[in-house]
Design a protein around this ligand. Sequence first.
Ligand SMILES: *[C@@H]1O[C@H](CO)[C@@H](O)[C@H](O)[C@H]1NC(C)=O
Ligand SMILES: *[C@@H]1O[C@H](CO)[C@@H](O)[C@H](O)[C@H]1NC(C)=O
Ligand SMILES: *[C@@H]1O[C@H](CO)[C@@H](O)[C@H](O)[C@H]1NC(C)=O
Ligand SMILES: *[C@@H]1O[C@H](CO)[C@@H](O)[C@H](O)[C@H]1NC(C)=O
Length: 193
Amino acid sequence: MYLSIPIIICVLFAGVQQSMGTEISVPCSGAEKSGFEKQSTWDASCTQVCQYTCGSTKETLTNCTTPVTPATCTGTNTCSNTTGCTCPAQITVTTTFEQAVVRTLDCFNTSIKIVLDKCVLNYFGIKLGDLFLGTPSDLTKTQLAAVTPNDTCRGITSYENGPSYVLDYTFAEKDSCNAIIEQTTTELIFKTA
Ligand SMILES: *[C@@H]1O[C@H](CO)[C@@H](O)[C@H](O)[C@H]1NC(C)=O
Ligand SMILES: *[C@@H]1O[C@H](CO)[C@@H](O)[C@H](O)[C@H]1NC(C)=O
Ligand SMILES: *[C@@H]1O[C@H](CO)[C@@H](O)[C@H](O)[C@H]1NC(C)=O
Ligand SMILES: *[C@@H]1O[C@H](CO)[C@@H](O)[C@H](O)[C@H]1NC(C)=O
């Protein structure tokens, strides 16, 4: 299964930094595909999270190797004191699937950042490991399922604006994603086909 985003016209959005509280630790759940799973440490009010590799030494909000992601449980997801920002058990999509899934787009001169709603995708059985930037023809590449998170076409889990998957795409890497970017005087157009 793949998410088709034929044409995207860019709009700018910004994240919000929050404060920190008591910590809770969330182990790898097996919810993501192999290689894309992360353990996490949250503050009890779900405003900060540290994500780190499964099976490695526990990281706290103060000794987090990678920068702590500002987190918020927004929309229908809620803060749990055992699982951090948690998706609702039931999701009803009242718009098109694409509108329900694509949360924000950040556009820069040489890159584009696509933020997708993790709760909606997971509800329909799509995990981080299923997502990549590219054309439908890429799906014929059998090695895709084994591609690791540091593939430039793949995404990461983020909680910056509620549970989401973030795909950061740099123009210089376009060959690996096999995508097409067109630039006019007023718009950048990102095509996957
Ligand atoms: C981070 O701090 C915790 C608590 O002090 C400690 O148990 C853990 O080993 C530390 N992790 C790293 C990677 O240093
Ligand atoms: C989590 O929250 C529930 C309900 O608010 C409470 O009963 C429980 O003690 C809390 N657990 C922890 C570990 O804080
Ligand atoms: C982006 O490109 C425009 C037009 O080429 C240029 O004027 C602007 O300075 C660039 N911005 C950055 C941050 O490089
Ligand atoms: C991930 O990236 C690192 C650093 O660029 C590279 O050494 C490593 O081979 C990559 N892993 C895979 C599986 O591509």
